[in-house]
Ligand binder design. Structure first.
Ligand SMILES: Nc1ncnc2c1ncn2[C@@H]1O[C@H](COP(=O)(O)OP(=O)(O)OP(=O)(O)O)[C@@H](O)[C@H]1O
Length: 563
């Protein structure tokens, strides 16, 4: 396929246009008064998605100009990165990125050196991140978490209470998983469940495109310690699972490209419902982790040392669970069907092994270091013990449930983030206030100084944007806030009053704000130091034909209860 190359200023300004367009659509959702955005579903006959979540809007946008789309895509990646790391703050990161990009573009047109601008921005962001951490309000107060939750979810306290109950029930190592509910009210169920850090081998396994997840209900689980090199080796198990109308989770050392392609094709066509991931752990430790999983899920691992082959495996050898949720980065197994006594015995054995290592004298034991072995055992014990809270989001109808689901998940992530790094005043006020820390940065180089100024200017934007979305004049709100400038005085758009945002309970987790700023600056630095873009010549037909889309929609659970 023919490629085009676009150079320096032309490339940057077109990317900048893309960033602007995407940001314009997303920033209307910022803040408590941020209105919703309606997104047409790409499959005919499926209702539109209504959302107030920045990353959802960002992901729905593809621009017709390929270079503009590269800019928009980079901004989408910022939102995605913030969403993955902090689970919230995506709109804030987009608003910040847009302002940073504008500042850089203007300075570069005026002749500034992009490398120095970038350096200045990096130093400013580092200084601000340290300041945020230093001034964070650290607390374990349930009331504060409730306020964070309310501010992030735009929901009432009942959601906050249920979410905090969920976090307390599963503890630090546990997981809270979110599902579409079937009732008017939200529900919480605490069950066994563990997550490990391996995501799907291909995003084509996705069943929920909006949340980028592959979800399997009542799956069988194959545990295999070698590479699957031939798709046909899996077919008997896939067919047997299909006969039971149940999906299959394949946890295997790897699936080669030759085997993966037909597996995906069959999945997309709806012939089999399957997801493939790699096992947890590394190297030799992987067989042990597969054995742990076998005990948890009530199955038998197919291991080379035991002389097992895929041919010999039957459905009775496979593990089972109530549900599996796989993202690009992790696999969560909920409601494992293993025997409770066998799991307890395994935990007892691992605890004994860990105690033996702890009892070793210095110099005794494994040459690779006792600490590593001990950490490994502790991780496995936590994995076997892990609890999961299943939070079912309720609502009046499917559209409301889906819209609420994203907000409730954001709120959960915000509370977790607040527990990690503390909180600061929200409504754009906390970000605005920390700009003073930048006074400490002094440089002789004008472009370095300009880089710092660009970051400082961006700190005003979230407040302006929240005020604008609430129908206020941003400049007059800003002027009023700056008259106090104490880090807590701001405008509550819900109550339509000025006052202490701490008292009003409008709080942002420091981790969310910090990651939003760091990621925004990171992506803008990349755009601004881009000298050339290589991309495909535009072609008229950029989407698969409609028959393929319909096939995809039918083969996935993208919209499980769509008519
Ligand atoms: N009543 C309020 N008055 C002023 N600001 C508010 C109010 N409620 C929430 N906010 C602020 O709105 C911002 C969060 O808005 P929003 O949730 O739309 O964006 P986000 O968290 O950046 O992105 P997303 O939720 O789309 O991932 C936070 O800074 C929060 O403090």
């Amino acid at each position: 396929m023919a490629k085009q190359i676009v150079f320096n200023h032309n490339a940057r300004s077109r990317m900048m246009r893309g960033i602007n367009k995407l940001a314009q659509a997303v920033e209307v959702t910022l803040g408590a008064s941020g209105p919703s955005v309606v997104i047409q579903h790409r499959t005919d006959g499926v209702g539109p998605v209504v959302t107030r979540d920045g990353v959802t809007v960002a992901q729905a946008i593809t621009l017709p100009d390929i270079i503009e789309d590269v800019g928009a895509r980079m901004l989408r990646d910022v939102a995605g990165a913030v969403s993955r790391a902090a689970g919230d703050g995506t709109t804030t990161s987009i608003v910040l990125a847009r302002s940073l990009a504008r500042g850089c573009e203007k300075s570069m047109v005026a002749g500034a050196n992009p490398v120095d601008l970038k350096k200045g921005m990096e130093l400013a962001v580092e200084c601000l991140s340290n300041e945020m951490r230093r001034t964070a309000i650290r607390t374990q107060d349930r009331d504060i978490f409730r306020k964070v939750c309310r501010s992030a979810s735009k929901e009432d306290d009942s959601v906050a209470d249920l979410l905090i109950d969920a976090i307390e029930a599963v503890g630090n190592d546990g997981v809270v998983s979110f599902e579409l509910g079937y009732t008017h009210d939200d529900e919480l169920e605490i069950t066994d469940g563990s997550r490990f850090a391996q995501g799907y081998l291909s995003s084509y396994f996705n069943t929920d495109k909006e949340r980028n997840l592959a979800e399997l209900d009542q799956p069988y689980i194959l545990l295999y310690d070698r590479e699957v090199t031939d798709f046909m080796d899996l077919v008997p198990l896939l067919e047997n699972a299909q006969d039971q109308r149940r999906p299959l989770l394949v946890i295997a050392e790897n699936i080669t490209e030759e085997a993966l392609a037909p597996l995906l094709l069959n999945h997309v066509r709806g012939n089999f419902k399957v997801v493939a991931v790699k096992p947890p752990g590394f190297g030799d430790g992987r067989s042990e982790r597969l054995l742990d999983l076998a005990i948890m899920t009530g199955g038998r691992a197919c291991l080379e040392v035991q002389g097992d082959t895929l041919e010999k495996m039957t459905l009775a050898d496979l593990g089972q669970a109530q549900r599996v949720v796989v993202s690009a980065e992790s696999t969560l197994i909920i409601g494992c069907r293993g025997d409770a006594q066998r799991i307890e015995d395994r935990i007892a054995q691992l605890t004994l092994d860990a105690d033996r290592i702890r009892a070793r004298k210095p110099g005794e034991g494994s040459p690779t270091g006792n600490r590593h072995d001990l950490e490994n055992l502790e991780e496995r014990i936590a994995f076997l013990r892990s609890k999961t809270a299943v939070y079912r989001v309720g609502g009046l109808n499917d559209m409301t449930i889906k819209e609420r689901m994203v907000r409730v998940e954001n709120a959960y992530n915000s509370v977790r983030a607040a527990m990690d790094e503390g909180v600061m005043a929200g409504g754009g006020v906390g970000l605005l206030h920390i700009r003073r820390a930048l006074d400490r940065l002094r440089f002789d180089n004008a472009d370095l100084r300009r880089g710092v100024e660009i970051v400082e200017e961006a700190l005003y934007e979230p407040l302006r944007c929240i005020a604008h979305n609430a129908g206020m004049n941003p400049e007059s709100v800003l002027a009023k806030v700056l008259m106090h400038d104490d880090g807590v005085y701001g405008y509550d758009v819900a109550a339509r009053t000025y006052g202490s945002l701490l008292e009003a309970g409008i709080l942002d987790p420091v981790k969310v704000a910090r990651l939003a700023l760091q990621n925004a600056a990171g992506i803008v630095s990349t755009v601004m130091t881009t000298e050339a873009i290589v991309c495909q010549e535009p072609v008229l037909k950029r989407f698969p034909n409609t028959a393929q889309i319909a096939e995809w929609a039918a083969a996935t659970r993208e919209d499980p209860r769509a008519p």
